[in-house]
Design a protein around this ligand. Structure first.
Ligand code: ADE
Length: 242
């Protein structure tokens, strides 16, 4: 997979070169390009923003600079990328989105700052490529960089050969629509707290049932709306007795 990020703070994306994602780059599972938006400015101040039409606080990112940047970055390969624009005004990003994007050959992230990017940039790009404006949650960050980092990490860990054990991704929270339950490792008793007996029983059916019950209970308490969103038939008889 190819991933490009356009930003006025390229160093913000440095964590992508660490740990798991860094390894994925080394192993050529992904190729990453981080581009400084100011490279496409033509004035001495290298300005990327201007005051908003209609008035109001804050600044808006200029369409001419973004237009040239996207033209160049998105023409660098034969394929057509998916353009992702992180914004608190976007559709919610979730695990389903991550899975869908993980099947794409090429993602380009356009990280805005200030009040956002002139809407015509997004509307113009959408005539040539799939564009998604997405939010990572109902809170406002100072720019799209941290949101891009979050989304890239969620996507890249799903690529084959990136996680040590592919079952980790299959058994994630959300993969069955539920939150994952608690997990334990040695020692058997820690600060007088024992590991639940069933996990040491060797009875795999009982362990699976216990894990499922824990996931249901946790989801019920923390994210009840996820339970109501489960498709009919996803709950078996034992689940319903919970
Ligand atoms: N930029 C600022 N806040 C954001 C959010 N919550 N999600 C995505 N991009 C953002």
């Amino acid at each position: 997979m190819r991933i490009d990020v356009i930003t006025i703070f390229p160093d913000y994306l440095n964590p992508l070169r660490e740990a798991l994602l860094g390894k994925a780059i080394e192993r050529q599972r992904i190729s990453l390009g981080v581009h400084d938006l100011r490279d496409w400015t033509h004035d001495v101040h290298r300005a990327v923003d201007d005051s908003p039409y209609g008035g109001g606080p804050g600044m808006v990112m200029k369409p001419d600079v973004w237009g040239e940047a996207l033209d160049e970055v998105c023409a660098a390969q034969e394929a057509t990328p998916r353009l992702v624009v992180p914004t608190p005004a976007g559709r919610p990003f979730d695990q389903k989105t991550a899975v869908r994007w993980s099947e794409d050959p090429w993602l380009v992230f356009a990280c805005g700052r200030y009040e956002g990017i002139d809407q015509r940039v997004i509307d113009d790009a959408a005539t040539r490529m799939p564009v998604e404006e997405v939010s990572i949650g109902d809170y406002v960050l100072v720019g799209g960089e941290v949101a891009a980092l979050t989304m890239i990490e969620a996507v890249v860990r799903l690529l084959p050969g990136v996680l040590g054990n592919p079952l980790s991704a299959e058994q994630d929270s959300f993969s069955d629509g539920l939150l994952e339950g608690p997990c334990y490792t040695r020692p058997e008793v820690w600060r007088e707290r024992p590991v639940p007996d069933v996990l040491r029983s060797g009875n795999h059916a009982a362990i699976a049932r216990w894990r499922r019950d824990q996931a249901l209970e946790r989801t019920y308490h923390r994210r009840p709306e996820l339970l109501s969103a489960l498709p009919e038939g996803d709950l078996d008889k034992a689940d319903r007795e919970q």
